[in-house]
Structure formats: structure tokens, C-alpha cells
Design a protein around this ligand. Structure first.
Ligand code: FAD
Length: 311
């Protein structure tokens, strides 16, 4: 039995969707820990999950291992992330075929970042310069693969203006992308402004807001370094002034819950959570109660498929 694609899920879902992002651990020990975490997360029944893609050779094999693990443990459908970094067109085609042969029918098509210390992304010889080119390559190779792409509510750092960034986002959709997952943000107003600008520019595909819980000032700073998201002063103050680390964590979780409630009330198609492989985040009672407020009751939503051809 084949699974629905993300596009089909987004079109047919009566409630906003919940998706979770995972990243590949470095070693066998990390995979063991991740397996136990996924086991604990089973009751959550995300509508779909995504697994990120690393820059190096062994990291890439670990990405395949994560997608396989998620599928094996019933967290499906799986979205495989793929980047253009360090790959000629022929390498990318080989990776796309490998993903397809593994039964995966959803790819998050990304350009990837320049290597640390370099300001510009320089495609390798016969490689691709932009994510839109990767979307086109994937769709020409396997038209039945559903492609997602990245969107930046606070504008991609290399862009000259929000308008230019949205113009290039539209090119990704015109190349065949069927949904957009956003970079993380901590202020819903930036998402709603971005969504409005996308709609005014003629982008009609679903836009899923990406959110990350802020558990401590250190973790917040690290995630902001990677994402360039603006941090509201109230969030910084709340985390820094919390008397204990447990209370800081609680404050960060409440911030996330308020963001989710506000996004759903504002009509978001779903939420995509960067949970950093942590079961304790998604199982937090406050977050669980928030998700239960707007998600459909779950028996039919169980994604565990006894016989699968796709993950
Ligand atoms: P693009 O869409 O190609 O855009 C990059 C920049 O180029 C933007 O400034 C854009 O406006 C501009 N641009 C686009 N097209 C053109 C054009 N034709 N001419 C001129 N300029 C253009 N990285 C990983 O390594 N692995 C992952 O798994 C991963 N997952 C991610 C998931 C999400 C949801 C997000 C938001 C990011 C993720 N990233 C990941 C990071 C991503 O690779 C970087 O943000 C990267 O810098 C840009 O990738 P992109 O796909 O948005 O690129």
C-alpha cells in the first residue's frame, strides 16, 4: 500500500498538520538513543516527519539511516532533505534515485549553505546553483515525488530584500514545489507578514511555520546563530530571569505553546517542529495539551502501515 504524499495530506487533512524534524546522529550510540526517543514519541502520531541532510559523505549515509529508521518505526510519510552541496548533477540524480528506490516519495529540495567561513555558495562543476534547479531536476526524474522547499519569514541572509527572496521562492514553486516549510521564528507577526507577502506574490501552496522550543538562553543563542531569527526581548528576559533551569524550560515551552495557538487561530495549515530529536519536548504535558486542542482524534491518523512500499 502506498502512503499519501505531503501534498495529498495537506489537501485532505481536516485539521492543521503536525510534522516533526529529525537530524542524523553521528554514531551507532546516537542511533540507539534516537530509536528509543522515537519509541517514546509513538503516541504523538505526527502527520509526517522530515530528516535533514548533512554536508559530508558519512553524514549523508546517516541521513539515509535516519529516514530508514523513521519509516521502520512507523513514523511516515518521511520527507528526505537533499541539498546541492558538493554534488554534480549526476551525483544528485544518483541520490534522488536512491531515495526513490528506498520508497520515499517526498523530498525537501534545498541548496544548502556555503562551507563555514565562505560568504557565497559556489556550485561544484556541473552542479546546481539554486534550490529551484534541484526541484526541477527531481520533478524531471520522478514526477511523482512531492517536493517541499524552504521559506524565510525574516528573509534569507543572502537576499538583498524580502521582495527578492519571495520572488525566488516563487520560482521554486513554479519549478514544481508543492509545500513550503519555513525557517524557525519566535514572533508570529513575522510569519503572518511573510505569508501575506507570499500570497500577494501569487504563491498558493501551503506554508508550514517552523518552530523550535527555547529551553535555555544558551540553546536559544545557538539556534539563532544557525537561523538568524530575531529573538523578542521578552523571550530572552523570561529565559534569563527564570530562577531554575526547569523554570526556564517551562517558560520556553509556554512561549512555543502560545506561538502554536496563535498560528492555528490565525489559519496556519499546520506546524513543523524542530524538536532536535528530543522526545521530552514533544511529550511535554503543556505542549501535548496544546496539540490535543486542535488535532483530530487519532485512531485513523495512525501512520503505522503494516505493509508498505513507501516510507
Ligand atoms: P535557495 O532557495 O537556492 O536560496 C538561497 C539564496 O539564493 C536566497 O537568498 C535566495 O533568495 C537566492 N536565490 C534563489 N534563487 C536565485 C536565483 N535564481 N538567482 C539569484 N539568487 C537566488 N541545510 C542543510 O544543509 N541540510 C538540511 O537538511 C537543511 N534543511 C533545511 C530545512 C528548512 C526548513 C530550512 C528553512 C533550511 C534548511 N537548510 C538545510 C538550510 C538551507 O540549506 C540554507 O538556508 C541555505 O542557505 C539556502 O537553502 P535554500 O534551499 O533556501 O536555497
Amino acid at each position: 500500500m502506498s502512503l499519501p504524499t505531503i501534498s495529498e495530506i495537506l489537501q485532505s487533512s481536516r485539521a492543521p498538520t503536525l510534522s516533526l524534524e529529525f537530524y542524523p546522529p553521528k554514531d551507532a550510540l546516537g542511533f540507539g538513543v534516537l530509536g528509543s526517543s522515537i519509541e517514546r514519541m509513538r503516541p504523538v502520531h505526527p502527520d509526517f516527519v522530515t530528516g535533514t541532510y548533512g554536508a559530508g559523505g558519512s553524514t549523508r549515509d546517516n541521513s539515509f539511516a535516519v529516514w530508514e529508521l523513521l519509516g521502520r518505526m512507523g513514523f511516515t510519510p518521511v520527507v528526505a532533505h537533499l541539498t546541492c552541496v558538493g554534488a554534480a548533477r549526476s551525483d544528485l540524480l544518483a541520490q534522488i534515485d536512491r531515495i526513490y528506490d528506498a520508497g520515499i516519495r517526498n523530498i525537501m529540495a534545498l541548496r544548502g549553505d556555503p562551507p563555514r567561513g565562505e560568504a557565497c555558495f559556489v556550485p561544484p562543476e556541473d552542479g546546481l546553483a539554486h534550490a529551484a534547479d534541484l526541484v526541477a531536476l527531481i520533478k524531471s526524474r520522478h514526477p511523482d515525488i512531492c517536493c517541499g522547499v524552504a521559506g524565510y519569514p525574516e528573509t534569507h541572509p543572502e537576499s538583498r530584500s524580502p521582495e527578492e527572496d519571495i520572488h525566488f521562492l516563487k520560482q521554486k514553486v513554479e519549478a514544481g514545489a508543492q509545500f513550503i516549510n519555513t525557517q524557525l521564528f519566535f514572533d508570529n507577526r513575522v510569519f503572518f507578514r511573510f505569508e501575506k507577502a507570499c500570497r500577494e506574490a501569487g504563491i498558493t501552496v501551503p506554508i508550514l511555520p517552523g518552530l523550535m522550543p527555547a529551553a535555555s538562553p544558551t540553546q536559544l543563542r545557538r539556534s539563532v546563530e544557525l537561523s538568524c531569527a530575531t529573538i523578542p526581548q521578552d523571550l530572552v528576559d523570561g529565559l534569563e530571569n527564570a530562577p531554575t533551569s526547569a523554570m526556564a524550560r517551562e517558560f520556553g515551552m509556554q512561549w512555543l505553546v502560545d506561538q502554536i495557538d496563535g498560528l492555528i487561530a490565525g489559519g496556519a495549515a499546520g506546524v513543523h517542529l524542530y524538536i532536535l530529536n528530543q522526545a521530552k519536548t514533544i511529550l511535554d504535558p503543556n505542549l501535548a495539551a496544546c496539540l490535543a486542542r486542535w488535532r483530530a482524534p487519532s485512531p485513523v491518523k495512525s501512520n503505522i502501515q503494516p505493509e508498505r512500499t513507501c516510507i
